[in-house]
Design a protein around this ligand. Structure first.
Ligand SMILES: Nc1nc2c(ncn2[C@@H]2O[C@H](COP(=O)(O)OP(=O)(O)OP(=O)(O)O)[C@@H](O)[C@H]2O)c(=O)[nH]1
Ligand SMILES: [Mg+2]
Ligand SMILES: [Zn+2]
Length: 355
């Protein structure tokens, strides 16, 4: 394949020549994956694990200075070329990062040297204009072109989708929108056609919106990374690595783990509490994103059928859930489960202590 297959060009060659002056036996490579355990570099021939050189760690002023996915680096190979030590990170052309509040604000790098960022939001629950705005700021600050990808169009009606598109339009965000369904394939060709050979793209967005599934649609089946739809919808797919995937046509896509979400309005939490009975049934639906319509294995509909839950109450709940401001349900759901888990632990302790 060669380095060109990873997006290397004359500009990078010139930068590498400048930096490599002090590193005669180092080779150029691109960081193609990073997770909690380590990272991998590709030199155009193969992918091997790397570690940053001690000196690089020592001189890094912030965590963001260390090699991140998408970075071009100078590496020395050892163990017959089976592993590498990264000695220098070439100055980045673009940088997608978010500011982490904590002990002094620092930048957490999501991906380096990407041309376009797909901000992925599901049009079922997930769309939130304020959050979208924060993503747009983050992307544009990094010198990257944003594109909004609305997924799961199969889960909303035509009118709801048109309503969402009108809302985005009215907000004046100046962003291209691609609406897709990984389930029906609608819009997937348009997404594919937007990918240009030699360019690097990153997909960002909340967990579960369909980033990895969309990337899988771009690759051949043998290179797929996530498994079949899981019955609980949890744990199985969740991406834990930032990973650069090269498509046969020459474009590169960086998959990222979903980002944790921000604040939730107290009134929204109140709605969930008011419908905790429905939420309890919903937790046992076969599909995690069940709409409690015609899906097989829906525990909520089963409760209506056997008379435990009134149809009217369900309709009221579904209506509230559709309304704007209630798209954070999945996050609330996790919180609710967290509370239930806390109770379980407490009860177990009581039993253990003989109380
Ligand atoms: N109905 C429907 N389900 C989808 C669609 N796209 C993805 N899914 C399902 O949504 C779930 C999450 O999809 P993923 O691709 O793993 O989501 P992700 O954004 O990569 O999530 P993280 O890796 O946790 O950040 C899976 O069960 C998918 O099968 C879609 O367009 N329609
Ligand atoms: Mg994923
Ligand atoms: Zn259901």
């Amino acid at each position: 394949m060669g380095l060109e297959g990873l997006g290397f060009d004359g500009g990078w060659a010139a930068t590498a020549a400048e930096v490599s002056g002090g590193l005669p036996d180092a080779r150029v490579a691109r960081v193609v994956a990073v997770d909690r355990h380590g990272g991998w570099v590709h030199d155009g021939e193969r992918e091997v694990p790397f570690e940053p050189a001690g000196r690089l760690c020592f001189t890094a002023a912030a965590p963001g200075d260390l090699p991140s996915v998408g970075d071009w680096v100078l590496a020395r190979y050892h163990d017959q070329g089976q592993a590498a030590i990264v000695h220098a990170v070439l100055p980045r052309r673009t940088l997608l990062g978010r500011k982490e509040a904590g002990k002094g604000t620092y930048l957490q790098v999501i991906a380096a040297n990407v041309d376009v960022a797909f901000i992925v939001q599901s049009c079922h629950y997930d769309l939130n204009l304020r959050r979208l705005d924060r993503y747009l700021v983050m992307v544009r600050e990094g010198g990257i072109t944003p594109v909004l990808v609305l997924t799961k169009t199969d889960l909303v009606g035509r009118d709801d989708l048109l309503g969402l598109l009108a809302q985005i339009d009215a907000a004046g965000l100046q962003v291209t929108v691609i609406a897709v369904s990984n389930a029906t394939g609608e819009g997937v060709d348009r997404f594919r056609e937007s990918l240009e050979p030699g360019r690097t793209y990153v997909l960002v967005g909340s967990s579960g919106v369909g980033k990895s599934t969309l990337i899988n649609q771009m690759t051949t089946p043998t290179r797929q990374m996530t498994r079949e739809v899981s019955h609980t919808g949890e744990g199985v797919h969740t991406t834990v690595r930032r990973q650069l995937i090269r498509l046969d046509q020459g474009a590169m896509l960086v998959d990222t783990p979903g980002m944790r979400e921000f604040g939730i309005l107290a009134s929204e939490a109140g709605v969930v509490d008011a419908f905790s009975d429905i939420e309890a049934w919903a937790a046992t639906c076969r599909y995690a994103d069940c709409r409690h319509g015609q899906e097989p294995g829906c525990a909520v509909r089963a409760a209506v059928i056997n008379g435990e839950l009134g149809e009217e109450r369900l309709q009221h709940f579904l209506k509230l859930r559709r309304e704007a401001g209630f798209h954070e349900l999945s996050e609330l759901e996790r919180r609710r489960r967290g509370r239930a888990f806390g109770r379980m632990v407490k009860n177990a302790k009581k039993r253990r202590d003989g109380g």
